[in-house]
Design a protein around this ligand. Structure first.
Ligand code: HNI
Length: 146
């Protein structure tokens, strides 16, 4: 994947506006609410019985932060996202048995949350670059499945 200087600075600038401790929990919570079948992977997380329970669940919040912190590694390694996520891809495939289609769903929910948090700063041009970035993340996380 090639990145222009302007794409690099857009991705860095979006990431600079992300508060991992807020956006992480909101994103994972959104995934679990909008796509309830994803709850099957989080059987040890306790009460996921309603939207309010999910958004108030401290394990969901903690894990949302973990996921977003891991996304930060891709932001800092744009030239080797695949290598950066090689082990994480293996883990999700072999140990966690997460269907890789779910990575796309999480990326989609993150975009919705960012659009809402950033307002007009999340312009169509910014979104286009951000989607390209998330697309590369999804491909990298899926890379060890095949
Ligand atoms: Ni994911 C664990 C990163 C998407 C289900 N996941 C992790 C860990 C990281 C991580 C980091 C902790 C690994 C470790 O313990 O060494 N996950 C990411 C990233 C994305 C992602 C960067 C997408 C951008 N994970 C998803 C999705 C699902 C998912 C979409 C399921 C719907 N992940 C899990 C599960 C675990 C997990 C389940 C284990 C959680 C636990 O603590 O039991």
């Amino acid at each position: 994947m090639e990145w222009s200087d302007s794409e690099r600075s857009t991705i860095a600038s979006v990431w600079g506006k992300v508060n991992v401790n807020e956006i992480g929990p909101q994103t994972l919570g959104r995934v679990l609410i909008v796509y309830p079948w994803t709850q099957r992977y989080f059987g040890t997380f306790g009460n996921l019985s309603s939207a309010a329970a999910i958004l108030g669940n401290p394990k969901v919040a903690d894990h949302g932060k973990t996921v977003l912190n891991a996304l930060g590694k891709a932001v800092k390694n744009l030239d080797d996202i695949k290598g950066t996520y090689s082990q994480l891809s293996q883990l999700h495939c072999n140990k966690l048995n997460v269907d890789p289609d779910n990575f796309r769903l999480l990326a989609e929910c993150l975009t919705v949350i960012l659009a809402s948090a950033m307002g007009s700063a999340f312009s169509p041009a910014v979104q286009a670059t951000w989607q390209k970035f998330l697309g590369a993340v999804v491909v990298a996380l899926s890379s060890q499945y095949f």
